[in-house]
Design a protein around this ligand. Structure first.
Ligand code: UDP
Ligand code: MG
Length: 338
């Protein structure tokens, strides 16, 4: 477009504005993290496209983020991009993890609203349209909350407990039983892009942002194909990131623990001294007591150091200030947004 000052009015734009006809259709960006989803991704794409086909009042952009898959998912995604102009593929240079994959997608998504959802069909595509409806009714953030879920009993139990512990340990109003399946208005997504912390717990950050938040309840389906990409190790890391990013309760608990231990130590010392003065005949046999005290103090100190270490680790990785993720290439989509 010509940006030089000119006597001619920008006629086509003005005309288009007064022309009768439907208002511009909102563009919905889907941010879709993919890590080794070879067997399910095509089915997911088909189901999402079918859901969108029922809503001609919406435009969509599908941003698939390949998070260093090693099973050939990338080839399938490239194929989708070739056949569907709405598809863009962000290929990360390695596996950066779910939370950073989402972040990479959010950075690139240019829609009026952005929906983040899993690509294993556990988050049903039709529910994403319910999120859109809630957004059109005026919500800025729409959380999809799981009423039921089909995961293993262990996963359900730990997740159930975790969300409650997390809520209790922080002032942030983090919605219960809600993963990363949600819709963000364009302005919320733009603000979210300014949060550059590395060990990120995206659902917590979003909840802490404010705006008009709403919940849509859904029943979470079973994984369509393959195994969970969240083994216990990754789940534990996410859990620790969630607590340490939104709560200093563990640090405060150390102090309380310190007081309790101190009180017991004083009692122990009084006891030891009393024994020494009033029952000198048996004081030699203080081995048990000694062991208890040493072990207990050693244990609590280790625990405390561990908690402090978790925070120092965060400080260290934030201080390094490295880029959050590296993109190998972006395939498809409009040139001007690359
Ligand atoms: N995922 C990812 N990077 C990872 C792990 C998972 O992009 O390192 C993606 C995965 O492909 C899926 C979503 O994140 O689309 C959620 O993972 P998964 O379904 O395995 O987690 P679960 O539903 O079992 O908690
Ligand atoms: Mg899943």
């Amino acid at each position: 477009q010509d940006i030089r000052p000119s006597a001619q009015p920008p006629a086509p734009v003005a005309l288009a504005a007064v022309e009768p006809g439907p208002a511009r259709r909102p563009l919905i960006s889907y941010v879709l993290p993919v890590y080794n989803e070879r067997d399910g991704i095509a089915a997911f794409h088909t189901e999402l496209t079918a859901a969108l086909a029922g809503r001609p009042d919406l435009d969509a952009e599908l941003v698939y983020v390949n998070d260093g898959s090693t099973d050939g998912s990338l080839a399938i995604l490239k194929d989708l991009a070739e056949r569907d102009p709405r598809v863009r593929v962000v290929d990360l240079a390695r596996n950066f993890g779910h939370q950073l994959a989402i972040t990479a997608g959010l950075d690139l998504a240019g829609g009026d609203a952005v929906i983040v959802m899993d690509t294993d069909l556990q988050d049903p595509p039709r529910v994403s349209l319910e999120l859109v409806d809630a957004w059109r009714e005026g919500a800025d953030i729409v959380h999809a909350r799981r009423r039921t879920r089909q995961d293993s009993a262990f996963k359900r139990a730990t997740a159930h407990l975790y969300y409650r512990v997390l809520r209790a340990s922080t002032d942030v109003d983090i919605p219960l039983d809600t993963g990363d399946f949600r819709l963000l208005d364009r302005k919320v997504a733009a603000e979210l892009c300014r949060y550059r912390e590395r060990s990120r717990f995206v659902r917590g950050i979003v909840a802490s942002m404010g705006f008009r938040q709403k919940e849509v309840v859904f029943d979470r389906d079973e994984r369509f194909a393959g195994e969970t990409k969240y083994p216990l190790r990754k789940m534990a890391r996410l859990a620790v990131d969630g607590v340490t990013s939104f709560s200093t309760t563990p640090l405060k608990m150390i102090t309380r623990l310190g007081f309790v231990v101190l009180a017991f130590s004083l009692l122990g010392i009084v006891y030891a001294l009393a024994m020494k003065f009033f029952r000198p005949d048996i004081t030699v046999s203080g081995w048990t007591m000694l062991m208890c005290v040493v072990l207990f103090l050693g244990g609590t100190q280790m625990l405390s150091l561990g908690v402090i270490g978790a925070y120092i680790g965060r400080i260290y990785s934030e201080a390094q200030g490295r880029p959050l993720y590296l993109v190998r290439e972006v395939i498809g989509g409009d040139d001007d947004r690359r």
